[in-house]
Design a protein around this ligand. Structure first.
Ligand code: IMP
Length: 528
């Protein structure tokens, strides 16, 4: 964290317009054209296929995107008279997690698109997704135990990228080579995508083909040799055990095991997938969906722009294109310009992050070596006390690891960059209830260098270490009152002003907010 911080005295009381008016203003600037006759025309680009949406992470992940996918599905079915919704995962793997509520039950999903819970929705795990077959089968069984059959509403692309225990073991080897953990989730995501690009990786269809056993037996032998060269026994390398983790609720591991065990596990998953008939060539399917205007599509992003392989802030990035542009490579059909709207989700009034990166607006909170929180020192600053409260209130802990996430002041310079890179049309915010009336909320509006010159966000920690965040201080609001709001007008005044301020500074319309953990803690700012 830079030592010098210029806290501007600028108070934000200037955007007094109500949020909906302000929203309409920005929305109209983007979507409405005023003709020479002075009449307004709705601008729909000829490339746009109506009723297609993407929900992507606008910051550093774990924003709570699932809620907006859920709400979109509901709106599309109820208000737009859609017959069927296709909910599509296009990147990432089970390194992602989204929590959904179904019939009063809370389910944690990793690979299955959340839309699959609607009777009129079909989930597609598409070509750009990394799939561990055993984990997929475990996840389907877990969900079906809770809510009944979903297999008939789930499609797995036969060209999805395959990850096995071998790539997961390889992730460990890469850590050993580097002499330290390189920060992956242990799900083999990095090696699987790396081999996809270096043309050595396997696809789901390699597992389904008649010659699968030889392919994977040979692969095991090769990995065994590679590990032996480093004095390691492949058989003994520990990899995540998702089935045991589900049972205990705490991350469990098991050994890769010998070749016979490895092949047996794959064979079981292969038989299950073949029997369930969930695999398909998804490309012709997309042609059909595109043509049938009674169908809607919701693309569910995993991770976020700040974790993107190309524009994310290294080292704690993932290995896929997490942005709406990744939909092309992940589906091999849709282009960004086809989408009616890309909604990027951000947390407010703070940002949380995992991993070793320190963002410019980071607030230092003491942790032990394992990432567990330590008590604040007696001379803790106001900011540290605020950040600790946020962390506890919003339960900012890794779902499987229990490690405390970092808390950063909301950083509009970073968010502007991320929204641009996301290809966002609009923004949805979460955690509007994580606020207190007595707090002063610090928001970074821009960065300056030592000489007072404005500098832009760049995804480069070395450069970011030299920037000086410039803050404004905004008054807090009653989080409980925000939580009970059903409509925008019921939100605490200061929270509405805060959102109007964000809209202004970001230049994107804010279309919805979540205000608490349950499904009904949701406020839409749209008129329809
Ligand atoms: P990997 O995607 O498992 O290779 O992990 C690479 C980095 O991305 C690690 O720092 C992870 O903590 C981070 N990461 C991966 N998925 C997520 C996510 O869904 N939320 C937040 N961070 C993530």
């Amino acid at each position: 964290m830079p030592e010098k911080q210029s806290v501007s005295q600028e108070r934000f009381l200037q955007p007094t317009k109500n949020l909906q008016e302000s929203l309409q203003g920005i929305y109209e600037r983007n979507k409405i054209k005023i003709g020479p006759d002075g009449r307004q025309k709705k601008l729909i680009h000829p490339d746009v296929r109506r009723n297609t949406f993407a929900v992507v992470g606008g910051a550093l992940g774990d924003e709570g995107k699932g809620r907006f996918v859920d709400n979109l599905n509901e709106t599309l079915l109820e208000k737009r008279g859609i017959d069927k919704i296709w909910t599509v995962r296009f990147q990432g793997g089970n390194n992602a997690g989204h929590t959904i509520e179904k019939d009063g039950q809370v389910l944690k999903l990793h690979l299955i698109p959340s839309g699959v819970f609607y009777d009129d929705a079909i989930g597609i795990i598409d070509t750009g997704v990394v799939v561990h077959p055993e984990d997929l089968v475990t996840e389907i069984n877990y969900v079906e135990d809770a809510v009944g059959n979903i297999t008939n509403r789930l499609i797995l692309s036969e060209s999805a990228i395959l990850v096995t225990d071998l790539e997961r073991a390889e992730e460990k080897l890469n850590n050993a080579r580097a002499g330290k953990s390189r920060g992956g989730t242990g799900r083999g995501i990095g090696p699987a995508y790396a081999h996809h690009l270096d043309r050595r990786g396997n696809l789901i269809r390699d597992l389904l083909s008649g010659g699968w056993k030889k392919t994977f037996a040979d692969k095991y032998d090769q990995y065994e040799k590679d590990f032996a060269a480093y004095g390691l026994s492949l058989e003994e390398i520990e990899v995540p055990d998702y089935a045991a983790t589900l049972k205990t609720g705490v991350e469990q591991k098991r050994a890769v095991g010998g070749k016979i065990k490895f092949l047996k596990r794959l064979e079981n998953a292969r038989s299950w997938v073949l029997d369930a008939e969930i695999t398909q060539n998804t490309l012709p399917l997309h042609h059909t969906i595109f043509e049938d205007r009674r169908h809607a599509v919701v693309f569910e992003g995993a991770q976020a722009a700040g974790l993107d392989a190309w524009v994310g802030t290294r080292p704690d990035v993932t290995s896929s294109n997490t942005r709406s542009y990744g939909i092309s490579e992940g589906t091999r059909f849709w282009k960004r310009e086809n989408l009616e709207e890309v909604i990027a989700v951000i947390k407010v009034p703070y940002t949380s992050s995992v991993g070793s990166r320190r963002m410019p607006t980071h607030v230092d909170l003491p942790k032990d070596k394992g990432g567990l929180p330590l008590p604040l020192p007696e001379n803790a600053t106001y900011e540290q006390k605020w950040a600790e409260w946020v962390r506890e209130e919003a339960h900012e802990y890794g779902t499987t690891t229990g490690r405390a996430r970092d808390i950063n002041h909301l950083d509009l310079e970073f968010i502007r960059y991320s929204l641009r890179m996301s290809g966002a049309d609009s923004v949805a915010v979460t955690h509007l209830d994580v606020a207190r009336e007595e707090d002063v909320i610090k928001v970074c509006t821009h960065y300056e260098d030592e000489g007072g010159q404005t500098v832009f966000y760049e995804p480069d920690l070395e450069r970011l270490r030299t920037v000086i965040p410039s803050y404004v201080e905004l008054p807090g609001w009653d989080g409980q009152k925000a939580q009970s709001a059903k409509k925008a007008k019921d939100l605490p005044d200061n929270s509405r002003k805060f959102l109007a301020f964000l809209q202004d500074r970001l230049g994107y319309p804010i279309v919805a907010a979540t205000t608490g953990p349950s499904r009904e803690n949701f406020v839409s700012f749209r008129k329809s």
